[in-house]
Design a protein around this ligand. Structure first.
Ligand code: PEP
Ligand code: MN
Length: 442
């Protein structure tokens, strides 16, 4: 091989080694910092500090990496540091076996409040020795070690009840494990750009069903942002029931979404329909939507478990809540953490609405899982007039947000016009969400 290439490669290898060493030193510091913050009762997630770090790096950056690349790389580093601090730190993650293929056993080892790092590490080591994988969650007060697997020695796990720092060893009874609230009582907050979903604020995602043109996308984005939407939606690849219907603009739509994000400043959500376009969509979107028809596309879920973008997982039209949560389990079992569930209506005998928005499922999913849950009253009803009342219902029952289809001229929409609000309708919806619920009679 060319000598010069060899020399350059050797240099790259050496730099990679140094980078890895530095990254691990940074990770170690972040973990210690997590402990210090916990001790003084400070929140682990400090958004302002993160923005300061990103700003400073961009000021110092002298290239050839451009600032957006530097930001992307450091956001990832920060996110991984946060994973090490809390609340959910995946120590080891299965890649080859999905939780549904074999009935996995999960035992939770609850650590005592104030258990030391050494005691937690001891439990992790023992779990691995017993033939299980260890998933660690560090809450604000105590840590939990989940032992996952089907071929381990259960009695060795049960014996851990006597190990130092352990409060109790309990089996998880739900079929979905890592998504369950038994595993993690503290609710997960998912960051999409600078927007938090699940952090207590009702988040509104709005935009057209499909990206149709620059003008349509920009005018919608401007209007929904002005009315208070925090995220922009827009389909680039459309999973249509009929092959003769509009299938989306594909790459052209992705480019428009990137542009609109830059110009208008709303993070964007778009659907990923196949494993083939995952990388491309990751380059352009801030959040990846798994559509209802793909909820049980297990190859896609396994692939998405490895991406560093948050996932919006829609419920399949004929899926039970259990199946929906098991689909989310694929993502978490594969190592993902940032998953938002979306109830978008199911098939029932009712023919007056396109689907039946299952409000009980929203409340149930929030009971059973620590993941944020939002409602999609557009697909959930298929009727524009039902969007405002069902949005308010979703807010009332504790949903973490809604996703609504909006089009500047719904009658001309290439997809889902009848369930899209126009710009004025959307701003009216936003005003109605700010109003209190009706008073009760005495
Ligand atoms: C969409 O959000 O445009 C969509 C196709 O949704 P669903 O997968 O819920 O039908
Ligand atoms: Mn749609």
């Amino acid at each position: 091989m060319n000598k010069q290439i060899e020399k350059h490669r050797a240099e790259v290898d050496s730099l990679d080694g140094q980078l890895l060493c530095l990254l691990n030193r940074r990770a170690d510091l972040a973990r210690q910092l997590g402990g210090l913050k916990r001790n003084v009762g400070l929140p682990l997630h400090d958004k302002r500090r993160e923005l300061e770090i990103l700003d400073r790096l961009q000021q110092y950056n002298s290239g050839p990496l451009d600032n957006p690349s530097v930001e992307r790389i450091f956001r990832l580093i920060i996110r991984e540091s946060r994973r090490l601090q809390a609340p959910s730190t995946s120590i080891s993650v299965r890649t080859s076996q999905a939780p549904e293929t074999k009935e996995d056993e999960v035992m939770i080892i609850n650590m005592r409040e104030g258990a030391s790092e050494q005691e937690i590490q001891h439990v992790i080591d023992r779990v691995k020795e017993a033939g299980y994988q260890a998933h660690v969650t560090r809450g604000t007060e105590r840590a939990i070690v989940a032992a996952v697997g089907s071929n381990g020695r259960r009695h060795e796990l049960e014996a851990l009840a006597a190990a130092p720092g352990v409060a109790a060893v309990v089996p998880i009874s739900q079929p979905f494990k890592l998504v369950s609230r038994q595993m993690k009582a503290q609710r997960t907050v998912v960051d999409v750009g600078d927007v938090e979903i699940g952090g207590g604020t009702f988040v509104v995602i709005a935009g057209p069903c499909s990206v149709e043109s620059r003008e349509q996308l920009f005018s919608t984005a401007q209007a929904v942002k002005a009315a208070g939407a925090r995220l922009l939606r827009g389909g680039a690849y459309k999973p249509r029931t009929s092959p003769y219907e509009f299938q989306g603009l594909g790459l052209e739509a992705l480019r428009l979404l990137s542009e609109v994000r830059k110009d208008i400043g709303l993070p964007v959500v778009t659907e990923v329909t196949s494993t083939e376009n995952v990388d491309l969509i990751c380059e352009h979107a801030d959040m990846l939507q798994v559509g209802a028809r793909n909820m049980q596309n297990f190859a896609l879920l396994r692939r998405l478990a490895k991406v560093d973008k948050p996932i919006l997982l829609k419920r399949g039209p004929s899926a039970s809540v259990r199946e929906w949560l098991l689909a989310a389990e694929y993502l978490l079992a594969g190592g993902h953490r940032d998953v938002v569930l979306c109830e978008r209506g199911i098939k029932t005998f009712e023919t007056e609405t396109r689907n039946t928005l299952d409000l009980a499922a929203i409340a149930l999913a929030r009971d059973l899982s620590h993941l944020p849950v939002i409602a999609d009253p557009s697909h959930g009803t298929g009727r524009r007039s039902l969007i405002p009342p069902l949005s308010r219902a979703a807010a009332a029952l504790g949903a973490d947000g809604i996703m609504v289809e909006v089009h500047p001229c719904p009658e001309r929409a290439l997809s889902d016009g009848p369930q899209s609000l126009d710009l004025e309708g959307f701003s009216k919806l936003m005003r109605s969400l700010a109003e209190p619920l009706r008073p009760m009679s005495e």
